[in-house]
Design a protein around this ligand. Structure first.
Ligand code: AMP
Length: 401
């Protein structure tokens, strides 16, 4: 069987990232990105190449410059373009072949992700224009969590806010949670998606998830990616009355409060130093009190979230760490697990610290449920989901009704 090629595109508000992936492979064939789009400093770069300036380039200009770079890496035509889309609302419960209806749906969900969905759309429109003959697939960050039951996704608010205005918990990082849970099943010798997993995606954004037999049962992020865990610069959960309190006592308006909670809080706010876990670990080792507190709050709140999510599962087969922090910070894993003995989870300190960067591995002590460290690969998941969708549609077209 030939292993097909998929171009994965992640359009951000001022950037666009490209990854050429071969089916079944854990490594990209080629990657490139353009940054600072729509500014005089716009540029693109790729591993092994020097940065090239593209003054005032928009998403389409950037793609125009980047696509010819793929040519040297193509041993066959590209079978699909897979786009990461942040918010699919309730409409999109899985990947979709992009057509006018899907484009309108992504646009309709933009109020729920005003920074992300319009940027994703810019990437999609540019790719559709430049690669009109290749099927384009949208893979949604929220889709995996559409399996959550109402008791997990509803807020205790008047029904109208949900029914008319779509105010509910959606969850994000679905592509990552789905990918690592699948890998955990394979790594522990189970069938494809079998198992009851807790997963912690810890990068600049952080979320936790309870997954049963390949389905999300609950997750820490909500209507927006601000709810839940402490993150790099995001506060995670705070008292919902904080907005009113700050408005009343300090006279702050909504944009000021949004900036506080999204950009000035989390590890950065607590430490007064940095949003970067590596930097905080170094500072902690040198006795920096703020760094120590930030790491302690991060780990305690993560453990509390994971223990809470366990009630969404009939049992816990294991816990998965992923994302830049989850994959690389033995300290974060150890401190988090120090709060989870109540669940029978115990780490083997030697295994935890011996794990090499980029490697998957098991770090539990004897007798503990599995504790896995699994490098996430959202692009691979997007590529595989795009191909699976195309194959299914192909089959449906061939099978008479
Ligand atoms: P991501 O958004 O998944 O790229 O993750 C970024 C986060 O991972 C940042 O807070 C980094 O400091 C953190 N990170 C990456 N490598 C390490 C490491 N070796 N030790 C601790 N944190 C790390």
């Amino acid at each position: 069987m030939t292993h097909r090629l998929v171009l994965v595109i992640n359009g951000g508000s001022s950037s666009i990232k490209l990854a050429l992936r071969k089916q079944g492979s854990s490594k990209p064939v080629f990657e490139a990105q353009a940054e600072r789009l729509n500014t005089p400093q716009a540029s693109y770069s790729f591993p092994g190449g020097s940065e090239c300036s593209l003054p005032d380039a928009n998403h389409q200009d950037a793609l125009n410059a980047l696509l010819p770079l793929l040519d040297a890496h193509l041993d066959q035509p590209i079978s699909a373009v897979g786009h990461r889309v942040v918010h699919g609302g309730e409409q999109f419960t899985g990947p979709r072949l992009i057509n006018d209806e899907v484009l309108a749906g992504i646009e309709a969900n933009a109020p729920l992700a005003p920074l992300h969905n319009p940027a994703n759309l810019s990437g999609i429109r540019a790719a559709m224009k430049l690669l009109p003959d290749i099927p384009q697939v949208a893979v949604f960050d929220t889709a995996f969590h559409q399996s959550m039951p109402p008791h997990a996704f509803r807020y205790a608010l008047p029904d109208e806010l949900y029914a008319v205005h779509g105010v509910r918990r959606y969850g994000f990082h679905g592509t990552s949670h789905q990918y690592v849970a699948h890998q955990a099943s394979l790594l522990t010798g189970r069938a494809e998606t079998a198992g009851a997993w807790l997963s912690a995606h810890l990068g600049n954004g952080c979320s936790s998830c309870a997954i049963l037999d390949g389905k999300s049962m609950d997750t820490s992020m909500g209507l927006t990616p601000l709810e839940g865990l402490v993150m790099g610069t995001r506060s995670g959960d705070v008292d919902p009355n904080l907005h009113a309190h700050l408005a009343r006592t300090l006279g702050w308006d909504l944009p000021r409060i949004e900036r506080l909670l999204n950009r000035e809080s989390g590890l950065l706010g607590l430490s007064g130093l940095s949003n970067d876990m590596r930097e905080l670990e170094q500072a902690r080792a040198q006795g920096h009190g703020g760094a120590q507190l930030a790491i302690e709050v991060f780990c305690y709140r993560l453990a509390r979230s994971l223990a809470g999510l366990a009630v969404a599962l009939p049992r816990v087969d294991g816990l998965i760490f992923t994302g830049g922090i989850g994959e690389n910070s033995a300290l974060t894993r150890a401190l988090t697990l120090s709060h989870l003995a109540v669940m029978g989870l115990h780490v083997d300190p030697d295994r935890n610290s011996a794990l090499k960067r980029g490697e998957a591995g098991r770090i539990e002590a004897t007798g503990s449920p599995a504790i896995l460290v699994i490098p996430t690969d959202e692009e691979r998941q997007i590529a595989e989901e795009s191909l699976t969708l195309l194959d299914r549609q192909h089959l449906e077209m061939e099978t008479p009704a």
